[in-house]
Design a protein around this ligand. Structure first.
Ligand code: ADP
Ligand code: MG
Length: 242
């Protein structure tokens, strides 16, 4: 991508240089993949979000500028938590364990590709499905029936597939839900789909860990916070509010 270098440069300006990824007690396979991405130290939002999500199991609401590294701030704890769950099971089976919602098909494939890069050393213990990559309901039903650990989708696509395949999709093992680019998701009118999703996931009742990521915060985000979060850690790192 043409602007890859410039976005990376932006993220590097957010790196504090003091905290290390090793200090988060991450699985060595995950650390190796992070290093392979050229990330030497976490960005500020990563340094705050990752330990709160992993050690304190907090819900995370992160408001931080574009380019501050929010994707890894939720992808790293999601993968680490799944690896820990798998390690605690004597005969781990494939299950859908995490749902990531994004506003566009493009972002859905970008996040999926990033997750796959972080998973290169995990030997297929964790698989990722990008529901926004195909239109065929049959194919999508099959993909979910095969239980990818992480599902990435726009809200509308996920709801359509769940409604069409209720009998084959098992969401009992879902432990976390992420809404990336919350501001865009809400401005695209996805609130109804999020309400429907609540009926499938029973987010609060099942105590799912929530990640809400945004560059801006407004009243709608407060509505999502009330709907989905339990005692969230609220991290605000925008330059203008520093
Ligand atoms: P945001 O979602 O906050 O806009 P991204 O997650 O898209 O930001 O990250 C922006 C850029 O920064 C990407 O190119 C990403 O690969 C890079 N990046 C993320 N974390 C780090 C890090 N710890 N060190 C160096 N670059 C990073
Ligand atoms: Mg982002």
């Amino acid at each position: 991508m043409a602007n890859d270098t410039s976005t990376t440069a932006v993220a590097e300006s957010y790196v504090d240089g003091l905290t290390t990824f090793e200090s988060f007690d991450l699985d060595p396979r995950l650390i190796q993949a992070i290093k392979q991405q050229g990330f030497s130290n976490p960005t500020l939002i990563q340094a705050k979000a990752i330990p709160l999500a992993l050690q304190e199991k907090r819900d995370i609401i992160a408001k931080a500028s574009t380019g501050s590294g929010k994707t890894a701030a939720y992808c790293i704890p999601i993968i680490q938590s799944i690896l820990e769950d798998l390690a605690n099971q004597s005969e781990p089976e494939h299950e859908i364990r995490s749902i990531i919602l994004v506003p566009t098909r493009e972002l859905s494939s970008q996040v999926t590709q990033f997750l796959e890069k972080l998973l290169v050393y995990c030997n297929k213990a964790i698989s990722v499905a990008n529901l926004s990559a195909t239109y065929s309901p049959q194919v999508l039903g099959l993909i979910l029936a095969n239980k990818p650990e992480i599902v990435v989708s726009t809200p509308a696509k996920l709801i359509a597939i769940l409604e069409a395949n209720q009998s084959v999709v098992n969401l009992k093992h879902v432990r976390s839900m992420t809404i990336d680019e919350v501001d865009l998701i809400l401005s695209y009118g996805y609130m109804d789909d999020l309400d429907k999703l609540e009926n499938f996931l029973l987010v609060k009742k099942n105590n799912l860990q929530i990640f809400l990521m945004s560059a801006t915060v407004n009243d709608d985000l407060n509505e999502l916070k009330a709907k989905f979060c339990t005692k969230p850690a609220i991290l605000k790192l925008n330059d203008d509010t520093a």
